[in-house]
Design a protein around this ligand. Structure first.
Ligand SMILES: Nc1ncnc2c1ncn2[C@@H]1O[C@H](COP(=O)(O)OP(=O)(O)O)[C@@H](O)[C@H]1O
Ligand SMILES: [Mg+2]
Length: 258
């Protein structure tokens, strides 16, 4: 279960990508205010983006990769009333209830492939992980990596696990190879074999049950073809478990150039 806090003030939109996440101030009900990057259930991409953020974010953390902490954020759509920006107002109005929050990393800069060096082991871990979740959103055009104090942080896992858009074909889709040619870390000599040897054995049925349990029921309810939220959770785990075993054999890196 994710912790839950309440949004008390919308601060500003983060306009880099397409989903219009925003900075919000939150109250945990015990007197602690904090700033989070909030991703909205009412955003165009829909709640599956948030499901992917939770499963992949929690999985990455459990595998020792750096990802911002996650929390649920309750939103009263009334917060949108005072917003001058129409688009933001609409987003807040359509996102009442539970949304996703990510620990805000103050001072973090976007990853610049020309200015930063990543060692082959770390590059291998990130690419192996992205292959596991089929993340198509870590290219040199759009790295979705932040750098702070010389450390690389992974953000934005909303566009992964494409198979969850069509469950009947999910086993076939999850067996497909991963094309890392465009991956922002492809030019750093990623040691995929070392990453697979280190990380694949850690992706167990038990770990996947734990990370899928963190997805709020409300984002899984009513999924066509499933009779419970837990059945959807099992479908996510069933797609990832076999992929973890062998995806390292199906990662394309050829043609990668800095
Ligand atoms: N945890 C964070 N801490 C600091 N800045 C962040 C954080 N998460 C996102 N950002 C900033 O917001 C931008 C958009 O966030 P992202 O998760 O990539 O959403 P999207 O691409 O869907 O709009 C990022 O490129 C980054 O500049
Ligand atoms: Mg992004």
């Amino acid at each position: 279960m994710l912790t839950e806090v309440t949004a008390v003030r919308y601060v500003t939109p983060l306009r880099e990508g397409g989903s219009l996440p925003g900075l919000v101030e939150t109250d945990d009900g015990r007197g602690t205010y904090a700033t989070y990057v909030m991703k909205f259930t009412g955003a165009g991409q829909g709640r599956k983006t948030l499901v992917a953020e939770v499963i992949c974010g929690q999985l990455a953390r459990r595998l020792g990769l750096r990802v911002p902490g996650l929390t649920g954020i309750r939103l009263d759509p009334v917060l949108g009333l005072g917003e001058p920006d129409q688009e933001v107002q609409q987003l807040l109005k359509s996102s009442g209830g539970l949304n996703l929050g990510m620990e805000y990393l103050p001072g973090a800069l976007g990853f610049d492939p020309l200015a930063f060096v990543v060692d082959p082991l770390e590059a291998g871990r990130v690419i192996w992980f992205d292959a596991l979740i089929n993340n198509v959103d870590r290219s040199w055009r759009n790295p979705n990596l932040l750098v702070r104090h010389g450390d690389v942080w992974l953000i934005d896992h909303g566009a992964s696990m494409i198979w969850h858009h069509n469950w009947p074909t999910a086993p076939t889709a999850a067996a497909r190879p991963y094309d890392a040619t465009d991956h922002v870390l492809a030019p750093y000599g990623p040691d995929i074999a070392a990453a697979a040897a280190e990380l694949a054995p850690r992706v167990t049925k038990e770990l996947l049950a734990e990370v899928t349990a963190d997805v709020p029921d409300a984002w899984l309810a009513g999924e066509a073809g499933f009779d419970s939220a837990d059945a959807v959770r099992r479908a996510y785990a069933d797609a990832l478990l076999p992929r973890a075993e062998s995806i390292h054999e199906r990662i394309t890196l050829e043609g990668a150039a800095k």
